[in-house]
Design a protein around this ligand. Sequence first.
Ligand code: PGA
Length: 255
Amino acid sequence: MKLKPLVVANWKCNPTTLIEAKRLFNSAKRRLQKIKNIEVVICPPFIYLLNLKSENLNLKLGGQDCFWEEKGAFTSEISGQMLKDLGCHYVIVGHSERRRYFQETDEIINKKIKAAIATKLTPILCVGETAEEREKGETENVLKKQITLALENVSVANFQKSRLVVAYEPVWAIGSGNPCEAETAMSRGLLIRKIVAGLYSISLSRTLRILYGGSVNSKNAAGYLKEAKMQGLLVGGASLDAGEFIQIVKAAQSP
Ligand code: PGA
């Protein structure tokens, strides 16, 4: 069975009140009821998860991060088990903001990927080069290193059950209003598939989806699916406006 396209909303540290979070979620949920042939995941701040419920099979919840241990004396951390218990199906791992502001290393990301899979959450692994790395022509090596280290000792049997999502998110495109050209995104998508396929010598067509993320909006969304042949999108800023977000989802819908 072919996997449906996937659109992930990363709300990041927004909105600041539960009332607004519920309003945004319910507005997206209501409009999604009529939309088929697509999977949508909303990743709100952890604290709102308990209050956001989806009865719609096309709309799932995800965490923006998870801790690698299941439980214990780790002040403030949230485990995959806790996310699962609150109804999450997905978890974002290794977002560039976590790497940059919270010093997440490839080693930490690897532990989180393993923890997510062990809890039967589908990890959404974020990878991408900075502007400086791009200028130095290091993109290919950066992607190879991030993916190889994130998936170190992760057996294919593991993620065949939970599936795997890799989001190509060039750091320079995130929140900048300067999205990656569809043609470039396509070559990065092919490269990512090749890197993952090189680690596991099986067909990944039913296991792996590659998303594009970085200044996605309702005008450029379709290009990433149709021209760049991505299997979905990771949307930050534009997911905070339910109307705009639904336009993006519609643009990504399979025919
Ligand atoms: P953006 O964020 O859509 O606001 O650029 C994307 C992301 O960080 O996932």
